[in-house]
Design a protein around this ligand. Structure first.
Ligand SMILES: Cc1cc2nc3c(=O)[nH]c(=O)nc-3n(C[C@H](O)[C@H](O)[C@H](O)COP(=O)(O)O)c2cc1C
Length: 176
């Protein structure tokens, strides 16, 4: 897909069809996302792919705000960083996750980011259980991996409009 079109089509989608993503399609987009640049080429990002419906439903309560829609996703990719490979694991993860979302668009899939790093499970209990700790109770996440986010993905018949025009002129500073 032409790059401008790809960017235009990328929107967060939180409603999915009840249709599995073929394994070879999943494999393809994950490998594309792993081409992301990483600090000192440490390639510290790891993906854990979850397709079991019961597990994904449990993952939807990873946070009591902004994660409930996960329950309707046919696939969830946990984006993790190997802390033994890079101290910049979180930044490496964010770049890989972004590429994954763009790869989704190119493959005709829709996706949305569910943030994990530093987030509590319950909004009104910021010092309570972390979202990551709860996720660890569901999935075999190695101790040296930290979780950045979950990318919910699948097919959707919902086509959001392109982002409305935004005046970004203040975000670009020409030092000359
Ligand atoms: C770092 C980050 C964290 C996000 N966390 C969540 C989240 O926890 N739940 C959610 O529904 N959307 C989440 N989003 C999606 C944003 O809400 C969305 O990207 C933003 O509103 C812009 O909309 P768009 O992606 O359709 O352009 C997150 C996006 C990013 C980049």
């Amino acid at each position: 897909m032409e790059f401008g079109k790809l960017l235009e089509k990328r929107r967060s989608v939180r409603r999915f069809l009840d249709k599995q993503v073929p394994r070879e399609v999943m494999e393809g987009i994950l490998r594309q996302a792993l081409t992301a640049p990483s600090a000192r080429n440490t390639r510290s990002t790891r993906f854990m792919v979850v397709t079991d419906r019961n597990t994904i439903e449990k993952m939807a309560s990873v946070r009591d705000y902004g994660a409930g829609f996960l329950a309707g996703a046919p696939a969830a990719v946990v984006v993790m960083g190997d802390t033994s490979a890079s101290d910049l694991w979180d930044i490496n993860c964010a770049i890989s996750a972004t590429l994954l979302q763009l790869a989704c668009v190119d493959a005709g899939l829709a996706s949305c980011w569910v943030h994990m790093a530093g987030r509590p499970r319950r909004k009104d209990d910021p010092q309570g259980e972390s979202a990551e700790n709860y996720l660890r109770s569901l999935l075999p996440i190695p101790a040296q991996y930290r979780v950045e986010c979950i990318i919910a993905l699948g097919y959707s018949d919902f086509t959001p409009a392109p982002l409305p025009p935004h005046d970004d002129s203040a975000s670009i500073i020409w030092a000359d």
